[in-house]
Design a protein around this ligand. Structure first.
Ligand SMILES: Nc1ncnc2c1ncn2[C@@H]1O[C@H](COP(=O)(O)OP(=O)(O)OP(=O)(O)O)[C@@H](O)[C@H]1O
Length: 330
């Protein structure tokens, strides 16, 4: 059953110099209990898309399209409903979020806060729930009395996951949840997230520049380039047999979990991602594409079918999909 549906979602930031089209016409859906990974280089629009899902965009950002959360139109939600949804139905774990813990408040009080604020538990019951959550994320219950500085980075990120789980959400959005952690701790936290979403039937959207991490945790993968979706399909297939040349370069760039050197640029690709205010014509990827053709700068790119449950926005894919149906334009 579809839990989240995005239809032609776009986000434009307005800045003094003009408009920044950060997300352009993204359509996706996510089944209840499924995990979707969103990959792409820095600036491709991943975080903007994540924030758009819960209308957490900064003032001045224009959000268009349609977002349905369990059938409910997020763009039409009144403020009170939106606020309740943000904690009780969906929650976000941000990159380096552990640094956002309040240094002068005990861990237990911080985990209990969303429960108390949303009236989901009285103080006594909240204490019990905090102990349960700490156990779930692999921390001893006495840690409830600790202050953030008494915990390691990995332990603090576990606390953030406990906070995200506190109100038993049906969706967790994890934006680079392990980027700030060392490789060993990263693997432990990823295993924990994978296990918790599976055990609790929670839908997950995980954002990363690292395709190998996403392929390990998620069922589906979506690859973004310059605000557009360029490939989407089953995680293992997109990672091991990417169809879009950009996804192929991304997949080749991350042979191991969290290799920091590969953050710089996908292997085999020259240049940088385009400035969203000066996007190349036609296929936005053509200036960096190793297999670009003469027509690519003028091509009206769409997401063409690229196998069962797969789509990719590349002219080479279109050629191999004669039955291509209309998807998205680029
Ligand atoms: N508040 C803002 N105002 C104006 N432009 C913004 C704002 N936030 C992001 N952008 C721009 O929107 C584009 C997408 O940014 P976004 O942070 O969503 O990308 P990302 O893929 O999540 O990158 P990263 O991995 O570095 O977080 C970038 O060009 C960025 O500069």
């Amino acid at each position: 059953m579809t839990f989240l549906e995005l239809d032609d979602v776009s986000v434009t930031y307005r800045i003094a110099a003009g408009e920044v089209p950060a997300v352009r016409g993204v359509s996706l859906s996510l089944d209840a209990g499924a995990a979707l990974g969103v990959a792409g280089e820095s600036g491709s629009g991943k975080s903007t898309l994540a924030m758009a899902l819960l209308r957490l965009l900064p003032r001045g950002a224009r959000l268009g399209g349609r977002i349905l959360l369990d059938g409910e139109d997020v763009l039409a939600m009144k403020w009170g409903r939106l606020r309740a949804v943000r904690w009780a139905e969906a929650s976000i774990v941000f990159q380096g979020a552990q640094h956002g813990l309040n240094p002068v408040r005990r861990i237990g009080d911080q985990i209990a806060e969303p429960l108390l604020v949303h009236g989901l538990a009285r103080p006594e019951a909240a204490r019990g729930r905090v102990a349960e959550l700490l156990e779930q994320v692999g921390l001893p219950t006495w840690r409830a009395r600790s202050y953030p500085h008494e915990l390691s980075g990995g332990q603090r990120q576990r606390v953030m996951i406990a906070m995200a789980l506190a109100c038993s959400p049906r969706l967790i959005i994890a934006d680079e949840p392990t980027t700030a952690l060392d490789v060993m701790v990263q693997a432990q936290v990823l295993t924990l997230i994978k296990q918790l979403v599976a055990e609790n039937g929670i839908s997950l959207i995980m954002i990363s520049h690292d395709l190998s991490v996403l392929a390990d945790v998620c069922d589906q993968l979506a690859v973004m380039y310059a605000g557009r979706l360029v490939e989407h399909g089953p995680a293992g297939e997109v990672f091991h047999e990417a169809r879009h040349p950009y996804s192929q370069a991304l997949a080749a760039a991350f042979p191991t979990v969290g290799d920091p050197a590969s953050r710089l640029a996908p292997r085999g690709l020259g240049g940088d991602p385009p400035d969203p205010m000066r996007l190349p014509s036609g296929c936005s990827f053509h200036p960096r594409c190793p297999v670009a053709r003469e027509e690519c700068p003028t091509l009206d790119v769409e997401l063409w079918p690229a196998g069962a449950g797969r789509r990719a926005a590349c002219v080479h894919v279109r050629e191999q999909s004669p039955a291509a149906t209309k998807g998205e334009t680029s």
